[in-house]
Design a binder for this molecule. Sequence first.
Ligand code: TYM
Length: 336
Amino acid sequence: MYKDKKVVFSGVQPSGQLTIGNYLGAIKNFSAYSEEYRCYYCVVDEHAITVRQNPADLRRRTYETLALYMACGLDPEKNVLFVQSHVSGHAELGWILDCYTMFGELSRMTQFKDKSAKNADNINAGLFTYPALMAADILLYQTEFVPVGSDQKQHLELARDVAERFNRIHGDTFVVPEPLINSTSSARIMSLAEPTKKMSKSDENENATVRILDPRDVIIKKFKRAVTDSGSEIRASEDKPGVTNLMSIYGAFTGKSFEETEREFEGKGYGDFKLAVGEACADALAPVQAEFKRLVADKKYLEEIMLKGAREAAHDSLRTMSKVRRKVGFTEMPRF
Ligand code: TYM
């Protein structure tokens, strides 16, 4: 039945405790596509090892990320939820697409530049070719739409370029994917400590990020400490990046527009506003946290979901893989 449906694919790295940036920019929006599209949501552990990981932590966070997907409303009966390294087609197509991705293209990726500055002692080849593996994730399932935060836009453009190049050389092979990026400011949630920088799960300053699983008191404390701007007005503007970011977060959790928030806090100070943002965030995350707690305690169930997802994804990936193998000129393995 799904063969008549267009495909949605997205992925999250299990490289740290997920933040409200990951939630608002990506995961929260995923379940909206489950009915209309064939949806694959992947825990991209192969991407995570481009930065050195503690193996035990990576394993634990892989389970946790899967549990979070479900806690955020993704029904495993209506979505293919799986782990990247369980489906060999990702690495296999990743290698092939490495050979269709240009050094110059990869050199322009801002995430590579940022991450190599942060990990100067480990600028490995995988960190550089990361976007080709990401293109493989997407193209493997003939994906039409990719819901992501705006930081992934450049990678998506590269995936499109690679798909178009391959199609030009070998004839129609891949669907050329479109990014689905929120038109609201929640497509890019900023750090609470440095509001001109993206909120990132690998930030070492704990006050910079709010984690989806942070307890209520921690969430409220972190918002209280959030950097604001000079002046005292609650108003969104370019010269008030701190307040504007908090207004985006408030709006994403309550559905209120900037104008509504400005009116609500007219005559009030930053203290009142920050408390309200913290409470709105903690209220919205409470059911997700409760569901997560329940799911993560049931490892056997998570493994059943992992297996089911991997089987479906592996099965679905074979069509693209056999087409690609033929097009590039690989021989079939002889069968005796
Ligand atoms: P990752 O793990 O860094 O982030 C997961 C998702 O969260 C979004 N996001 C944000 N959105 C708004 N504000 C923020 N501060 C913020 N931080 C993160 C990201 O845009 C992303 O949608 N390369 C990807 C993972 C990936 C992928 C894929 C995504 C691998 N293969 C194929 C889509 C399709 C990444 O590092 O996401």
